[in-house]
Structures are given as structure tokens and as C-alpha cells.
Design a protein around this ligand. Structure first.
Ligand code: ITT
Length: 202
């Protein structure tokens, strides 16, 4: 039976990914659980390039289906920053309370209608036959004035979704996955995988 190895070291992502992929009926493991401990340099210019870099690096270590996620937060007023550098913004080891406070500070005095932003996610797949696929999706929102909510990870406490009147950190995991960039990009990837013969999924 095919198994999916998900090429991420981000525990928050992995938690969401497991939930979203559950109905495929395939075993889903993180790269660590698969015993793959390589360091991957993400030097692509786009989310798709970086997702493919991660998926290819892990696919070189396993016969399983490999998926990877590259994602980021784009703030219009900051010319799309932090974008593909979202994980590295202010340093990879800097806490998100500091990163979030910094972004709120950079938007001081900016009115609500100009605080538009989106989370973007590209998912890449490398199949056992070597075929490569990518999907992409986004969720539109606004940057809040303070952190709100305890759920999610990363920039979720400052990402306000006007239609839901909540930040993505105030949503349950299920609620976030229904509307999020990652949820939607992975749904598209599930449809692609279901159309492949030889991948025995539901
Ligand atoms: P892997 O490369 O190991 O998957 P990473 O955290 O380095 O983990 P990325 O390079 O794709 O992943 O960076 C994505 C960053 O974008 C992530 O670390 C967060 O800062 C931010 N981000 C992406 N999706 C998010 C979400 O759903 N909620 C909050 N922040 C998110």
C-alpha cells in the first residue's frame, strides 16, 4: 500500500496536514517519523520552487509518495513581505510573539482597509514513478492590531478573517482547515492523487 511522507519539520503544519489528508485512507508520516533527517536548503524564488525542493530532497530517500508545503504571509502594505521568507523573517529562531509584534508595529497608523494580507500555500508532490505535481491556494484577510487566539501556529494570531470575525488562531483546527490556504491547496492535491492509477487511495 502507498504511504505518504510529508516533508516538513514544522509541527503546526504537520498537525493540520494529518487532519486534512485523513480521508485519503493512506498512512501519513512526517519525514522524521520516516527516519529522514536531512537538512534542506530552501533557496527557491517561489513557493512552488521551494515546495518542490523539499519534496525532491525527501523523495531521494524513500520509495513512498512525498508531499511538501511551502507557505507564507503576504502583507500588501509591506510590498508582500514576509512572503517566501516568512519562516526566516527576523531569524528562524525568533519567537512569533516578537515577529507578530514587529509586523503590527510596522503597520502602525495604517487603517483597517489597507491592512490586507493573505496566507499562500503551495503543495508539491513527487510520486513513486517520478511524476511531479503542484497546487496552490490562498486565504484573504487583514492584519489585526494585537494577537488574538491560542490555536494554529506562526502568524495565525494576527491574521484576521473578516467574514468569520476571528483570527485563524481563534478557529478550531477543523474550522481553519476548511478555509485555509493549506486546507484548500491540499484538497486540490487530493483530487490530483485520486486521479492517479497506482495510488490506492479513497
Ligand atoms: P518546513 O519548511 O519544514 O515545512 P517551515 O516553517 O520552514 O517548515 P515554510 O518555509 O513553508 O515552512 O514557511 C512557512 C512559514 O509561513 C511558517 O513558518 C509560518 O511562519 C508562516 N505560515 C505559513 N502557513 C501558516 C499558517 O497556516 N498559520 C500561520 N503561519 C503560517
Amino acid at each position: 500500500m502507498s504511504r505518504i511522507v510529508f516533508a516538513t519539520g514544522n509541527a503546526g503544519k504537520m498537525r493540520e496536514v494529518r487532519m486534512i489528508l485523513e480521508d485519503l485512507g493512506l498512512e501519513v508520516v512526517s519525514m522524521k517519523e520516516a527516519g529522514i533527517t536531512i537538512d534542506i536548503e530552501e533557496d527557491g524564488a517561489t513557493y512552488e520552487e521551494n515546495a518542490l525542493i523539499k519534496a525532491r530532497a525527501v523523495a531521494a530517500c524513500t520509495e513512498d509518495i512525498v508531499l511538501a508545503d511551502d507557505s507564507g504571509l503576504e502583507i500588501d502594505r509591506l510590498n508582500g513581505e514576509p512572503g517566501v521568507f516568512s519562516a526566516r523573517y527576523l531569524g528562524e529562531d525568533t519567537s512569533y510573539s516578537i515577529k507578530n509584534a514587529n509586523l503590527i508595529g510596522r503597520l502602525e497608523g495604517v487603517p483597517e482597509e489597507e491592512r490586507t494580507a493573505r496566507f499562500v500555500c503551495a503543495i508539491a508532490a513527487v510520486l513513486p514513478g517520478g511524476q511531479e505535481l503542484t497546487t496552490r491556494a490562498a486565504i484573504e484577510g487583514r492584519i489585526g492590531y494585537e494577537e488574538k487566539g491560542e490555536g494554529g501556529f506562526g502568524y495565525d494570531p494576527i491574521f484576521y478573517v473578516p467574514e468569520l470575525r476571528k483570527t485563524t488562531a481563534e478557529l478550531t483546527g477543523e474550522e481553519k482547515n476548511l478555509v485555509s490556504h493549506r486546507g484548500k491547496a491540499l484538497q486540490l492535491m487530493k483530487e490530483e492523487l485520486r486521479s492517479y492509477e497506482g495510488i490506492d487511495c479513497q
